[in-house]
Design a protein around this ligand. Structure first.
Ligand code: HEC
Length: 146
């Protein structure tokens, strides 16, 4: 009987630990630039989805601090010359996944979310790719925010 109870509690503990692992599946911040493969994957996802606004080399729209002809803000650089590196990974991931519409009330700008196009893993790869452009100082500063 005692052994039976022990066995049941072991099984329960096993399933709880699996559950926790699934719940924590996205708990791998901070994103680093250690994996070259991840950076390469991020580059592909970036070129397919982001380059039209944030431009090649992540340099952002020309005169990005100004506004478009339709009054919307332009795409900022993601290469570390803007302020992107002041946001932690969770925020950056959410901006890319959901766009600013879900984060900023009544948002009318052009940064829409990529939830339907990119998996969490791909978004993280794009973050690694972006970080590969940042200076050592910015990169290390941002790592500590996480
Ligand atoms: C249609 C144009 C457009 C596309 C495509 C686009 N963005 Fe943006 N993005 C913007 C604009 C505009 C902003 C500035 C938001 C604002 O102020 O309204 C922005 C802001 C951001 C920010 C916040 C930057 C900061 O410094 O705060 C991140 C991060 C970002 N974009 C990443 C991406 C990534 C990654 C992709 C591709 C998966 C992407 N964007 C695709 C237009 C775009």
């Amino acid at each position: 009987m005692v052994n039976f109870v022990k066995l049941i509690s072991l099984i329960v503990a096993f399933f709880i630990s699996i559950g926790l692992n699934i719940a924590n599946a996205h708990n791998h911040f901070p994103i680093t630039t250690v994996s070259k493969l991840m950076i390469e994957r991020g580059k592909i996802a970036y070129e397919n989805n982001c380059v039209s606004c944030h431009m090649i080399n992540l340099s952002g729209a020309e005169n990005w601090k100004g506004v478009d002809s339709d009054g919307h803000r332009k795409a900022p650089p993601l290469d570390g010359s803007g302020h992107t590196w002041h946001h932690d990974d969770k925020t950056l991931h959410a901006i890319i996944k959901y766009g600013l519409a879900k984060l900023v009330k009544n948002y009318e700008g052009k940064m829409i979310g990529f939830e339907d196009k990119l998996s969490d893993k791909e978004i993280d790869s794009v973050l690694a790719y972006m970080k590969s452009y940042w200076s050592k100082e910015n990169y290390e500063y941002q790592l500590k925010l996480n």
